[in-house]
Structure formats: C-alpha cells, structure tokens
Design a protein around this ligand. Structure first.
Ligand SMILES: Nc1nc2c(ncn2[C@@H]2O[C@H](COP(=O)(O)OP(=O)(O)OP(=O)(O)O)[C@@H](O)[C@H]2O)c(=O)[nH]1
Length: 429
C-alpha cells in the first residue's frame, strides 16, 4: 500500500470524466439523480465479453450431464506466473482453530450440508465450513471434551450419521451395540448411517471393518481415493452480493455455483456397465454427492469490512475502480489472508499428511474453485501443509449462458475487468 502522509487525502484521477453539462446550471436543472446514458459511462473493455467463455464450459445450463464434473486445470506448484507477481502474505504459523458446533442443514435444492462453526485464536469472528457429503469430518469437533455427556456431544454435533428421536449415543460403538451388531460395521453400513434422513440403524452383517471409525472420538479419516481430489472453495463474506441482491459483484452466484458443484453425484467408476450408468443417471438425485467444503471466511469487503466497502462503492460511483477505491480509503487493494482457511482444512483432514498418497505414490491434494492466483498459493500454508493440485475456474454465469442468466450490468462488468487487469484473476478461459 502506498505510504501516504497522515494529513493527505490520496487522489487518483477518476476513471470516468466529470460531467461537463453540470456547470452553469441551477440546482433544479442539475437533475442529480440522472445517470449519464450507458454509452457515455466508462464501460469495461471487451476483455470481459462473453466471447472469451470456452464453448464447452461445464457450467452451461443446457445439456449438462447429471454427473458432469467441473473442468479443472492442473496446478503445478508454484507456477511461474504466480510467483513473479507480488507474493501473497503468508503467516509464519497457522492459527489455532476448533469447530465449536455443527448441524445438518437440509437445503432448498434438496441436498443436505453440515454447517460447521469455527472459533480461533486470532480473531473473534465465527468462520464457517459448509461441508457437503459424508467424507469430511472435523477432528476438533469429534475429539471428546472433558465432562461431556453423550447428549452434550450430540447437541454440539459430534455424532456420526444423522440424529433421530430417541438416539442416545453419538458413537458408532454404542450404535453397534444397540443394533445388536457384534463385530465392526462394514463401510457400506457406515455410509448408510451417513445417508440423508436415515432412521435408527438395523443390524448389519458382520464384515471386514474399514477402520475409519476405530478410534472413538477421532473418526476423521482420509477422503476416499476413488472420488479424486476433494473440492474446496475459499469464499469471502459479501453481505451485498449474497444477501441483498447486489449486481456489483458475482459473489452470490459464486457461492451458489460452489454448492452446486459439490452436490453433483460422485463420479461413476469407469468399470460400471453402461446400462447401469444410465440407470444411475436416471435416479441421479439418489446418488451420493462427491462432496467438498466451502470455507466461508468473515472477510467482508476483501477484509476491510462492510462499512468501508460501502464507502468504496461510493468512490466507484465517482469513477474509481474497486482497487483504487480501497487505496483511496487507505486500505490495501486486498486485505485478506488465508491462514484460517488452511488451518480449517487441516482440521477437516484435507491436508497432505492426512490425505496421504495416490496409487502413483504422489501426495494427494485438493481441487480449488477459484480464479484468484493469490488464493492458490496462500491456502497451501507456510509449509505447504495443503496441496492444491487442480484449479476449477469460477466463470461468471452470464458468460457461460450467453447472457441468459447470472449477474450482469455495467458495475459487475467493470468489477470483473478490474479483477482480471489489476488482481490478475485467471478468468480468460
Ligand atoms: N473492498 C471491496 N470488496 C469487494 C468489492 N466487491 C466485492 N468485494 C468483496 O470481495 C470478496 C470476494 O472477492 P472476489 O475478488 O470477488 O473473489 P476472490 O475471492 O478474490 O476470488 P475468487 O476465488 O476467484 O472468487 C468479498 O469479501 C466481497 O465482499 C468491492 O468493490 N470492494
């Protein structure tokens, strides 16, 4: 951030020229509520025209296969274009985080997710992890807490499967006993427990255990290899874009898209016969989702807070772009850091150590949904605790649907143009 003298108000030339016709008029003639016609306003360069959208975008609304996974780009770490630019700020140590409580949330799309609320040792905010699918669990949530009862555990969300009236234990061991199962349950039995809306479990045949649930209170295991890299989105809070329908940014749409992708059915194994595949697709709502996690950070306004973001919007209406507006308010262009996100991913078992290696002996990693090059590097953490191996671009819906859907208008066009030009977002296909 430039080092402005304390008394000076920094000035940039406004991107849009002043309106000359306002001179030599009386106040009533000024018609201050009128905006100049669109063609006289600064419009975003053609860089953001829908033409740059790849025609085979997986996000296109039409012709989408129910199990169609998003197009992703392999990430070599570190990529030269990411390191030549100013590197993102990396914290020396990761913050401490712990999941205080989680709950099952049925959603309006029919998919369920588990909302995890985190506390930490660096700020007072309640950061969130929105977890899709049964494979991602919080270690700090599952760990036993001194003096707690089984009911306490269930109330704070530290249970396996789903709650139902009359359930008395959070633990697999107890459920097994109650169900009259003498040996360890099979993987299939456990996934049935995790299926949405299941009732009290019926006895399972005694089979080989998968071992994941072996240690009571610490059942976080590894994300199944056959599902590929777990999908992760690091999302920054945006009250305006997510709650009050702002068309200045694409934040709300990005949140929806991340949830949609994580709710897609898990990929069908290549060995599945084609007639079974079509049958599965016909019943796609019954397929387990591939899952993933949206880490929702309370970093409103790229970390400057809602009040300052609203001031920045006024500066943008005065002709400045989103980065200049932050600088004029004496904030960095982007005031965020991602150490909390990395720490939450570790707690959720998506770090290199917990994920282990693939069939080829390579470290497993995550698939990150983003256009932001800073996030790709920063979320890996100071010692590359997390590995980003693929990146899924978040292409604006307006581009992928040929203008039919999605946030559109001059403000969001300018915003996207600045993200590409100044923040170096990788959004050109
Ligand atoms: N200061 C400021 N913040 C904004 C503005 N528009 C959106 N935001 C905030 O920017 C954050 C989202 O950042 P984006 O730049 O859209 O996206 P990103 O998270 O960097 O990158 P992606 O992962 O590709 O979405 C949210 O916290 C929004 O509240 C703005 O004009 N000014």
């Amino acid at each position: 951030m430039p080092d402005y003298p304390a008394h000076a108000s920094p000035a940039f030339p406004a991107a849009a020229p002043p309106r000359p016709e306002l001179r030599d008029r009386t106040v009533s003639e000024l018609r201050l509520n009128d905006r100049p016609p669109l063609q006289q306003q600064e419009v975003a360069p053609p860089l953001v025209s829908p033409a740059v959208t790849p025609p085979d975008s997986p996000f296109h609304a039409g012709g989408q296969r129910p199990d169609r996974q998003p197009r992703s780009i392999p990430v070599s770490s570190p990529s030269p274009s990411e390191t030549e630019e100013e590197p993102p700020t990396l914290l020396q140590r990761l913050p401490k985080v712990w999941c205080e409580v989680r709950a099952r949330i049925p959603t309006t799309t029919g998919q369920e997710m588990f909302l995890h609320l985190y506390h930490n040792d660096v700020d007072e905010k309640e950061h969130l992890a929105i977890v899709f699918g049964p494979h991602i669990r919080s270690r700090s949530l599952d760990a036993p807490r001194p003096g707690e009862t089984e009911r306490d555990r269930m109330i704070r969300g530290a249970y396996v499967g789903t709650l139902f009236p009359g359930r008395t234990s959070s633990r697999v061991e107890q459920i097994r006993k109650d169900a009259g199962v003498s040996s360890r349950p099979s993987a299939g039995y456990l996934s049935a427990l995790n299926a949405p809306g299941h009732g009290p479990p019926s006895p399972a045949p005694s089979e080989q255990a998968d071992g994941r649930e072996e240690e009571e209170g610490d059942i976080a295991g590894s994300y199944p290899l056959e599902l590929g890299p777990p999908m992760v989105r690091i999302h920054s809070e945006c009250y305006t874009g997510e709650t009050v329908w702002s068309a200045r940014c694409d934040c709300g749409e990005q949140l929806d898209e991340a949830a949609r992708l994580m709710s897609l059915p898990a990929p069908t194994p290549a060995s599945t016969p084609s007639n079974e595949v079509s049958e599965l697709h016909a019943n796609s709502e019954r397929l387990p989702s591939c899952g993933g996690v949206i880490v929702y950070l309370r970093q409103e306004g790229r970390g400057i807070g809602l009040g300052e973001k609203l001031k920045a919007y006024n500066l943008q209406d005065l002709g400045h772009d989103t980065m200049e507006a932050n600088l004029l308010l004496r904030h960095p262009g982007d005031a965020r850091s991602y150490g909390l996100a990395t720490a939450m991913l570790l707690d959720l078992g998506l770090d290199r150590k917990t994920l282990g290696q693939d069939h080829l002996g390579q470290d497993r990693g995550i698939k990150l949904l983003t256009n932001n090059p800073d996030k790709v590097r920063a979320v890996e953490g100071p010692n590359r605790e997390v590995k980003v191996i693929e990146r899924v671009p978040m292409v604006p819906l307006h581009w992928t649907t040929g203008g039919e859907k999605g946030v559109h208008g001059p403000e969001v066009e300018r915003y996207l143009a600045t993200k590409i030009e100044k923040f170096k977002h990788m959004l050109s296909g």
